[in-house]
Structure formats: C-alpha cells, structure tokens
Ligand binder design. Structure first.
Ligand code: FES
Length: 116
C-alpha cells in the first residue's frame, strides 16, 4: 500500500473523471479506473482520492462517515486519513493507497501510477 501523492508526474497517468462542478464541497464520487474503485472527496474545496478497499478486510471504506479528513470504514471502524491513506485507527494497521488529484480546465483528474 502506498501514498502516491508525492510520486513524480512522469510516473503517473492522470485520468479525467468528471467536471469539478459535479463534485461540490462535502460530496464524494466513486469511479472505476482500470480494475480499481477509487473514491474522490471534495473537502472544503480540495480534492482527495483513496482506493475504496479497506486494508483490514477489504471493506468499502469509501462509504464510511467522514470526520474532518478521517474516514471510518463502515465494516469494523478502522479510520484513514483521506489526504494520505494513512491508517489512524485500528483494527486496520496498513495504510491504503491515496492518489494525487488535480483540476485541469475545470475537470478533475486522478493520478494513477503507470504500470511497469
Ligand atoms: S474491513 Fe474496514 S475495518 Fe474491517
């Protein structure tokens, strides 16, 4: 598991997912990119993206409640920081992937590591 937020741009492929106007503050959007489901959040005008798979037991973490930047997995209550994917609360002990997000010409793009 890995935080891709600091991955050099040349090692990422940015995928356009939606107009920024379709994801207002406080909302989230689930998108399928390649074989992954990724959830993108707008928190106070900033966008963040994590993999929608909990590292504890593969729960749908993206459906959980958001408190500040922490999302709580609905299955057993593990918490992760959506900015980094860092685990904040047991029972999970492993971080989940977090992806960089940018807005280009009004469209949200998520940076996915290029497959090698
Ligand atoms: S599957 Fe997420 S806390 Fe168990």
């Amino acid at each position: 598991m890995y935080n891709y937020a600091n991955t050099p741009a040349e090692n990422l492929e940015y995928i356009e997912i939606a107009p920024a106007s379709e994801l207002p503050s406080g909302e989230r959007l689930f998108v399928d990119i390649e074989d992954k489901t990724i959830v993108v959040f707008n928190i106070a005008g900033q966008f963040y993206a994590i993999l929608d798979v909990c590292s504890h037991d593969d729960g749908p973490v993206g459906e959980g409640d958001l408190t500040g930047y922490n999302i709580t997995c609905p299955r057993h209550g593990a918490e992760f920081d959506v900015r980094t994917g860092k685990v904040m609360q047991m029972p999970a002990v492993i971080d989940i992937p977090a992806y960089p997000v940018r807005v280009v010409d009004g469209n949200i793009q998520v940076g996915i590591p290029k497959s090698t």
